[in-house]
Design a protein around this ligand. Sequence first.
Ligand SMILES: *Cc1c(COP(=O)(O)O)cnc(C)c1O
Length: 306
Amino acid sequence: MDELARQLANLAGNSPLQLLDDPFSEPLAIDLFLKRDDLLHPLVSGNKWRKLKYNILAAREQGHTTLLTFGGAYSNHLYATAAAGQAVGFRTIGIVRGDELAGKPLNDTLRFCQGVGMDLHFVSRDAYRRKDTPEFLADLTDQFGPCYVLPEGGTNELAIQGTAEIMPEIVAQLGHTPDYVCCPVGTGGTVAGLAQSAPEATQVMGFVVLKVPDSLWLSAMPASVATGWRVQNYHFGGYARTTPELLTFIRDFEQKNGILLEQVYTGKMLYGIYDLAQQGYFPNGATVVAVHTGGLQGRSDELDRS
Ligand SMILES: *Cc1c(COP(=O)(O)O)cnc(C)c1O
């Protein structure tokens, strides 16, 4: 193993699998486990780490030392890319949606990104919409020199290769095949990896946190991957929207289990799992595994007020 591969392996090993103690308010004969990918790395959290790993190796393979990517002002992906870049010695460039943000005080996410060395560039929403066109990418290369470009949200084939490693870890840790494995769905890169490596008897469930469930990646997913899983919609009004009921659920969960969630992804997934369980969706004796995909940098302060 060379230095970068070793560094990557040391950065994040295997994450624990944790059985939740008596999770449901009525007695249900279901074992609910959390795959604690939130513990993979203190800064490069959860599924973003999984998605970056093979991309960083590919970038190096292609002779790059700069990662360039895209995101909104609260993006977990920008945050993770900035932290991973610093950890492995890559320069990072973040193209941020919204030129109205330029020159204003940075929010916590962007301040962190800048603090670990990411160059931030704000572009108008119009320009941002064209970010995947060859012209836009050519402009970026002109401006910044050669760089390895990661898409918004970090999902590409190599990202899915990384998220495909979650399932075999779960099976090995359980010692048997889980009946259900659940994760939140943004671009769909995580659920795609789970579906790709799922044993036949495992049902993969994606909890969609955006209002438009057929997002680009969901519809662009290879058929072999797109058919292996089921989608549940628990978006609570849209991406990053919340309701008092969702926030109350998250506070109760955190207090009872001593495990933090956040309101954009993991809180919605777990709300969905509890809701379905209480409706009798999972058969008696089922083993249900929820992947804690991390993202705690985006946890709302509102969760600490009650
Ligand atoms: C980005 C993110 C997701 C969404 O993952 P996709 O692979 O884009 O579907 C889920 N959970 C957390 C915490 C995230 O940061």
